[in-house]
Design a protein. Structure first.
Length: 470
């Protein structure tokens, strides 16, 4: 993919930076709310403004705070975004006018040397006129007046950006990363087409878990830089942040997510939005690492998150983080392993890896497990090999005979992968008990190396050729 100029969107909290970011990238990537300070990590997205293409960078609201505080660590991320940008958009709220923090931020940016465009957001209506007039005192000339929420003033923003941007024309990366899946409904065996595997793209890897499990710290250690805001405070991450990365020559798309708490404890609107964003990140992932805090062990919420990941059909790897400070490691590992096997009995053999996101211990093993899980998740079995397994499985354990008439299962085909999806054809399949379906899934997993991967298996009865005839 072509390298595009970066446009950093900066300003104090609650001036509409994330709304402008979403407008430029053409979809809701950043969480937007009236609460100040929603954005904490910088987020990048491919943007297009008429015939200009660039990478838009949403940043945390600027605050004058101690460097060691959360606000100070957020400001450090904004500083990095500005330093890396071709041009910065200094956004202020035209209806609120110029505040002391706007002036402080303007002076701070002036010293950075990055070209800057002053943007008056929320400029629709007469209420914004006084604020626009005040902005000339900042020393950046006439502001570009827009309404990010309503899409007004974008032509003026285009004219201001054009002298700074000479972006190559290229198609943006496809972000509709959800894989089509075949449900166990109406499938005509005469029209089944097997999907073909595309060229392998970046490994899409999401890191999820409860708050303060160390997700952002793990990603920072993996990529070797302080890309995400971290600290002792729980719930720092709110948006799901995607980061391109290269692991041993293999492209990876890492996604950091907000911590997931029990639904009963989620009361604030922002936390609900963050949880929804995390679930969307799971949908777009290929492999999901569920990060557990080894000092707290396995809790019911961890199993609920694991069940959510598996129900979405994603490959799952579980990592015990903070292993370097965990006590009774051997007993802890075996206890978690047993609890997982009991709690996730529908899918045996989900990989469990002990790591330390802080020190880097076990990360090579983790990434190897992730790579192998993705390979199994994307495997396709030839029809001949699949039906040899099928005949063997039926010979070992024939279908039951409810009412004295045996159910006949004729053949099986794989209709999709990612996750592996199979359809079994036969007679009276609607009378097949769930226990036999579990037998086939477990045998398929054991015999054809789908350990730890969600499998979708559905059944179709043969059509009656005389149905509908008089």
């Amino acid at each position: 993919m072509a390298e595009f100029p970066k446009v950093a969107i900066v300003g104090r909290p609650n001036v509409g930076k994330s709304t402008l970011f979403n407008r430029l990238v053409g979809r809701r990537l950043a969480i937007v709310d009236d609460t100040p300070g929603v954005t904490r990590d910088r987020r990048e997205g491919h943007a297009r403004l008429f015939d200009l293409e660039f990478t838009a960078v949403d940043t945390a609201g600027f605050e004058d705070a101690d460097a060691a505080s959360l606000a100070g660590r957020m400001r450090a991320q904004t500083d990095l975004a500005v330093a890396d940008a071709t041009v910065a958009l200094l956004v202020f709220d035209a209806r609120a006018g110029i505040t002391p923090l706007d002036k402080y931020f303007a002076d701070w940016l002036r010293k950075r040397g990055t070209p800057l465009i002053l943007v008056a957001n929320k400029a629709e209506g007469r209420a914004a006129e006084a604020g626009v007039a005040e902005s000339y005192a900042l020393g950046f000339g006439e502001p570009v007046q827009i309404s990010a929420e309503h899409g007004q003033g974008l032509a003026d923003l285009f004219e201001a950006l054009a002298p700074h941007i000479d972006a190559p024309v290229a198609e943006p990366e496809d972000v509709s990363e959800a894989t089509p899946e075949v449900a166990g409904g109406e499938i005509d065996p005469d029209t089944i087409e097997l999907d073909t595997d595309p060229e392998p793209g970046p490994l899409k890897l999401a890191i999820v878990g409860r708050p303060n499990a160390g997700k952002s710290t793990l990603i920072n250690t993996l990529i070797g830089e302080q890309r995400l805001v971290t600290g002792p405070e729980a719930g720092i991450t709110r948006d799901s942040i995607a980061i391109p990365w290269d692991w041993n020559g293999r492209p990876v798309r890492l996604v950091d997510t907000a911590g997931l708490r029990k639904r009963a404890k989620v009361s604030e609107k922002l936390e609900k939005l963050a949880a929804a964003d995390t679930k969307l990140a799971i949908d777009f992932a290929e492999v999901v690492v569920l990060l557990l805090d080894a000092t707290l062990g396995l809790e019911g919420q961890d199993l609920r998150i694991a069940d959510l990941i598996l129900s979405e059909g994603r490959a799952l790897v579980i990592a015990l983080n903070k292993w370097d400070v965990a006590e009774g490691q051997s007993a802890l590992f075996q206890g978690v392993r047993k609890a997982l096997d009991d709690g996730l009995s529908q899918i045996r053999g989900v990989p469990l890896v002990a790591i330390s996101g802080q020190t880097g211990k076990g990360l090579d093993i983790l990434l190897k497990a992730v790579s192998e899980a993705r390979d199994r998740w994307g495997r396709r079995v030839s029809t001949s090999a699949l039906n040899r397994w099928f005949e063997s499985a039926i010979d070992r354990n024939p279908p039951p005979a409810p009412g004295g008439t045996r159910i006949k299962l004729r053949y099986v085909t794989q209709v999709a992968n990612r996750p592996p999806t199979f359809v079994v054809f036969g007679n009276r399949t609607d009378a097949l008990p769930a226990s036999y379906a579990r037998y086939l899934v477990n045998t398929l997993r054991d015999d054809l190396d789908f350990e730890g991967v969600p499998i979708r298996l559905s059944f179709r009865g043969s059509r009656n050729p005389f149905a509908g005839r008089d």
